[in-house]
Write a protein that binds this ligand. Sequence first.
Ligand code: PDD
Length: 284
Amino acid sequence: SVVYLNGQFMQAAEAKISPMDRGFLFGDGIYEVIPSYGGRCVGFAAHIQRLQTGLAALDIQCAMTVQDWQQLVQQLIQSNGEGNLGIYLHVSRGTDTKRAHAYPKAIAATIFAYAFEISAEPLADTETAPCYKVITAEDLRWQRCHIKSTALLGNVMHHQQAAALGLNECILFDEHGFLTEGSSTNVFIVKDTVVITPPLSHKILPGITRQLLLSILRQHSKLTVEERPVSKHELLIADEVWLTSSSKEVAAVVEVDGLRIGNQRPGPVWQLAQSLFSQYKYEY
Ligand code: PDD
């Protein structure tokens, strides 16, 4: 595949990064994953804005403008066949000559991007939609989950808790027993047709799919939508549970900790939500 590294496009095998890169040694960087179907990105502007917010939070200097990112991503898509692609963008603080925890002054950021194949666009079809089975666990990641850091070990370890049991995701709860998010997804519940998701805070990633879905449901449906704390009990007795992420869009959960949700099939509110998402996702 063709990748981008520090201003140039090249074959993946030719892309070389120093072992002294702080992305490698410290996980000192920010990343994004943007879905693209047939050359069209979903939520491009929102993804780039989140990337820039993350870089500012870490004080990483990166001269790329929105137009620069747009050009880079378009070229990457064209070089990789315009199919169903996840566009991975990564900016690390750069390569240092000596080991120091403090941010070194005046080093150039490392900018890397590649495209990987993803599944076809999700459909609002209750017969063919994937059904996710999940576990719950205490959220043992760090306290800055709103930053989309490349240091993903906390997320990886929680995801592995589920994978080790042959399950799809691990839904996390904070020390007060409130829902945060999944290891790589945001979480929604539905009770009596009210759609509920935890509010933004430093405990969760401000997911772009979450943001798009909230806007779409508020503008294009009559459903009541609430951003408020969610307890474990509410999750377990929900009519429907959904996971959202760039590649999954809205995904139905049918089992939590071995207990079934609803009638163990993607529900009617899910079908409405995914169908509205499919219809309007390119307009944001
Ligand atoms: N994961 N929460 C976490 C912890 C995530 O890592 C992700 C995305 C999300 C959903 O965000 P979005 O809707 O912007 O994709 C929520 C990406 C896809 C990943 O790490 O590959």
